[in-house]
Design a protein around this ligand. Sequence first.
Ligand SMILES: Cc1cc2nc3c(=O)[nH]c(=O)nc-3n(C[C@H](O)[C@H](O)[C@H](O)COP(=O)(O)O)c2cc1C
Length: 133
Amino acid sequence: MNTLDQLVYCSRSQLAPDEEAAAMADIVHVAAFLNARNGITGALALQDGVFVQCLEGSPTALDILMLHLHFDERHEEIEIVARGRIERRAFPAWGMTAPTLGRCDALSRLITQRSDDLIAWRDAMSALLTEPA
Ligand SMILES: Cc1cc2nc3c(=O)[nH]c(=O)nc-3n(C[C@H](O)[C@H](O)[C@H](O)COP(=O)(O)O)c2cc1C
């Protein structure tokens, strides 16, 4: 069976507030295409000036993407807070998806703590995605 890893990183957004919506749309658009090619799925949120991205795929594909992300000037201070082996994907339907709205208190707490609890991050990201608009 193919090995699957999941990781969560936080990074500090370098975007002005009025650039955020367009930049998120751009990132998700590009990522959906490239991630599908690389067997990566996941979810992205931007809250309190912090990007949180959950990525899942082969360990090598994730390592390569993380290298690319370091060159992207839309964010800095990238910190992998949690990483682990998984049996199945939590976000199988998406090359990359992002909630169009909303804040999530659970996610805010995790960001503040820089928690290493992979399941807590995954649950908070999932909750944000399934919130009714
Ligand atoms: C917060 C954030 C998350 C991103 N997530 C992804 C991603 O999941 N997949 C991806 O291919 N690019 C992602 N990107 C975009 C990459 O940094 C990069 O622009 C893209 O891979 C195109 O690479 P290139 O400019 O070298 O062609 C993300 C960028 C930011 C700022």
